[in-house]
Write a protein that binds this ligand. Structure first.
Ligand SMILES: Cc1cc2nc3c(=O)[nH]c(=O)nc-3n(C[C@H](O)[C@H](O)[C@H](O)COP(=O)(O)OP(=O)(O)OC[C@H]3O[C@@H](n4cnc5c(N)ncnc54)[C@H](O)[C@@H]3O)c2cc1C
Length: 467
């Protein structure tokens, strides 16, 4: 039985903030004002949208309103996987055809390079390493899913993806008990907060006004209401992801799903000799309640997973604090994956929320009659997706305002995708907790069994939940 180190910091938003510190707070909104575009939320989605709009139309007056500080949400807490995954591709293929979904996937593949290139061009130093993404299987059932997943990704045009034997996979990263892996070049390791803070500085340099400590309580046609005043704008864009339930009328739009992380102390060379990981790939597995990890620039392992999936009434965590049981479970996972890291102290643990739509499909929308727009519902893959969403919002606004034409981005199948709302409580809580209890049980059974097929309960849960 592993224990939580007494020196583990819990919360404080995230380890990434503990490491890079917080810049001086930006002023709250001083009072009523009128601009061209008002963006609610200072995460990747809001800031990338401000960036691309200002670059395209420099005379636009753009204001970003952030309830706490830029990067307070998932953008300042994530696992640093900048990769090409997008939530909902399978459903988009069923609704709009394979080619439309493949176009979305191609756009995502290019997005990883776009972020890397813009960061370089704008002088954002975010510890980016383009080592790709390695996903591994360590049970026969996971291996069957991995093979199916690999074939599916190749079917969506990823011909540069490689299927790896157990030995080839372990040559990249030695995960105990690996049975096989799949590697794609379309991914990079990043330092989430360095990217976020760099981006925030760049948009301010471009002339975007960012107000922090300014919570928007209500969004309506051409206005965003805050306790400090109302911002009137031709376009009001909701970029609030996992916090969306805090805006009036949005309680059941996206469910705030928790994800938690721990990070070790820097590991010595002997441990890295055992583990490998020279390519700094981001690492994931094929479990139902999956994990994700990265090797940081200063040689720590940051590893994340689900923990307690959801808080009753769509509540969010307290500045990133997570449960002791979740920290212990993540540490156990770390040691199971990397026995050589068994002695490592856990320096920091934290959690955050991500937005989950009822049909698990990320989407971008702009209502031309009200000027209201939004982007999000990325489930667990928003680091790159937020950039594609931002460029899509830019193109939709240019089209709507007569400053541009329809583009390949405005034609993507996730644009203006309608989705039903989540069930009211207590059904929401019961449903999500039930779902993850099933997934955890299925993972346990798959781990102890030799069956090469996915646990029946997990298959049923996927079907019922629409995941
Ligand atoms: C622990 C964790 C690990 C993750 N790991 C990965 C990963 O490795 N790779 C990946 O692709 N994705 C990952 N994700 C998801 C990814 O981080 C998010 O999808 C992405 O950051 C979303 O960006 P965003 O700007 O849309 O939302 P956020 O970053 O959550 O930003 C929303 C912002 O809006 C502000 N806000 C909310 N409500 C209001 C309001 N009413 N008024 C004003 N401001 C408001 C919030 O304070 C916040 O700053 C992870 C998420 C978590 C929580």
């Amino acid at each position: 039985m592993t224990t939580v180190s007494r020196t583990t910091v819990n919360g404080g938003v995230s380890f990434w903030y503990a490491q890079s510190g917080r810049p001086a707070p930006r002023d709250p909104l001083p009072g009523d004002t009128t601009v061209d575009v008002c963006i609610v939320g200072g995460g990747y989605t809001g800031l990338w949208t401000a960036y691309y709009l200002k670059k395209a139309l420099p005379s636009l007056r753009i204001t970003v309103l952030e309830q706490q500080f830029c990067g307070y949400g998932a953008s300042g807490r994530n696992g640093g996987w900048l990769y090409n995954g997008i939530a909902g591709r399978g459903r988009y293929a069923r609704l709009h055809g394979h080619d439309a979904a493949a176009a979305l996937q191609h756009a995502m593949n290019r997005t990883v390079d776009e972020v890397v290139q813009v960061a370089a061009a704008e002088g954002i130093e975010a510890e980016i390493h383009q080592g790709g993404v390695l996903e591994v299987a360590y049970t026969p059932a996971q291996l069957a899913r991995l093979l199916a997943f690999h074939a599916q990704e190749v079917g969506f045009g990823e011909h540069d993806r490689q299927l790896l034997s157990a030995a080839e996979s372990a040559q990249r990263i030695k995960v105990a008990g690996t049975l096989g892996g799949t590697w794609t070049p379309h991914g990079a390791r990043i330092h989430p907060v360095k990217l976020l803070q760099g981006l925030a500085s760049v948009v301010e340099r471009l002339g975007v006004v960012v107000h922090e400590s300014t919570a928007v309580t209500e969004i309506g046609p051409r206005r965003a209401v805050t306790p400090h005043g109302t911002v009137r704008a031709d376009y009001v864009l909701r970029c609030t992801e996992g916090f969306t339930a805090s805006v009036r009328g949005q309680k059941r739009t996206w469910l705030p799903m928790n994800s938690s992380m721990v990070v070790t102390e820097p590991l010595p060379p002997e441990v890295w000799d055992e583990i490998g990981w020279q390519g700094r790939e981001t690492l994931g597995d094929m479990a139902h309640a999956y994990m994700y990890a990265q090797r940081t620039a200063d040689d720590r392992i940051a590893i994340g997973g689900r923990g307690v999936p959801y808080r009753f009434g769509s509540r969010v965590d307290n500045d990133g604090r997570t449960q002791a049981a979740t920290i212990a479970a993540l540490r156990e996972l770390l040691v199971r994956f990397f026995p050589a890291a068994a002695g490592a102290a856990i320096d920091h643990a934290w959690s955050g929320v991500l937005g989950v739509p009822r049909d698990w499909c990320a989407a971008v929308e702009l209502d031309r009659s009200t000027g209201l727009g939004s982007a999000g519902g990325y489930v667990g893959s928003g680091v790159a997706t937020a950039n594609l969403a931002a460029r899509t919002l830019r193109d939709l606004i240019r089209l709507d305002s007569g400053e541009g034409r329809a583009t390949e981005l405005t034609a993507l199948p996730w644009v203006n995708h309608p989705v039903r709302r989540w069930e009211p409580e207590p059904f929401r809580w019961i449903g999500v907790h039930g779902l993850y209890a099933v997934y955890r049980g299925a993972d346990r059974r798959e781990l102890s069994g030799a069956r090469a097929s996915t646990d029946w309960a997990a298959r049923l849960a996927d079907r019922v939940s629409g995941r």
